[in-house]
Ligand binder design. Structure first.
Ligand code: MN
Length: 272
């Protein structure tokens, strides 16, 4: 397992659960100083990320890119993959494709979270899920051609009405024609939806490709009430090897949230 911490470069996402904000060179230096292995970036678009600059920042700080978020397609443009308008769905697919391609040059997968969308108005749940499956099949295969998985992140009921619980997500992902979609297990979302957090991890099993490491209040692990020991045991059971990424509020400030995240990671996973 490897540690990561989040940074948002999306001004419209202010108030969201990202540790660092806006200043990538400084965030990378701080993450490296604290001992993180990688950074997870939430960016407005691939166009604002200059690959050469990014490569230099990673090299200087001995950091990896853990993953690239795609939620800006929703936050900025209001595009998503289960939208009733086919032109909007096409824009959403194109946006995620570009993110996948960009991240893959760094060996990093893209995350599909809020871009999955929701069903509303005249669109039925069945129809929305069918559009989502269609898009995931295309995007999963695009990611396969780029030699990275695609990370699908189930969200809690307040953020999507499509799929919220592990059993439903597993059935859905197994029904896809692409075999390149992995699940991003976000412990904050699991804590809202699941009866048992370690059981949910076991239900996902080998599908888990990435972990969002947060406490029940979306603060850094240890600043809330979740008992992580059974979750860590379940992650070991399923032989999880991906990133444990602190996607938490910058509370009380980014440095303290980052410090608490890496301290909890070392304490829980026994790595120094
Ligand atoms: Mn998340």
């Amino acid at each position: 397992m490897r540690s990561a911490v989040t940074i948002s470069l999306v001004p419209q996402a202010k108030g969201g659960p990202f540790v660092f904000w806006d200043d990538l060179p400084n965030a990378a230096a701080e993450a490296a100083r604290l001992g993180f292995d990688a950074i997870e970036i939430f960016a407005p678009s691939p166009a604002v990320l200059d690959a050469e600059t990014l490569r230099k920042i990673f090299q200087q700080n001995q950091l990896q890119l853990a993953a690239l978020g795609t939620g800006a397609g929703w936050v900025i443009h209001k595009w998503h993959l289960s939208h009733s308008d086919p032109a909007v769905r096409a824009k959403a697919v194109a946006f995620v494709k570009e993110m996948i391609t960009f991240g893959s040059a760094f060996g990093a997968p893209a995350i599909l979270g809020s871009m999955q969308g929701r069903y509303e108005g005249a669109v039925s749940r069945k129809q929305a899920l069918s559009w989502l499956a269609e898009a995931l099949n295309v995007l999963g295969e695009h990611a396969a051609a780029c030699n990275v998985p695609l990370l699908y992140e189930p969200l809690n009921r307040y953020e999507t009405n499509l799929l919220n619980r592990a059993e439903d997500v597993v059935t859905f992902v197994r029904s896809l024609t692409t075999k390149n979609v992995k699940v991003l297990a976000d412990v904050f979302h699991l804590n809202i939806e699941e009866a048992s957090l370690p059981d949910a991890i076991r239900t996902y099993g080998e599908l888990v490709g990435h972990l969002h490491f947060a406490d029940n209040n979306r603060r850094a692990v240890g600043f809330g009430g979740i008992d992580y020991a059974p979750i860590v045991a379940a992650l070991r059971e399923i032989k999880f090897e991906g990133y444990v990424s602190g996607e938490v509020l910058p509370w009380p400030d980014p440095q303290s949230a980052a410090r608490q995240t890496i301290a909890s990671y070392h304490k829980l996973f026994g790595v120094k």
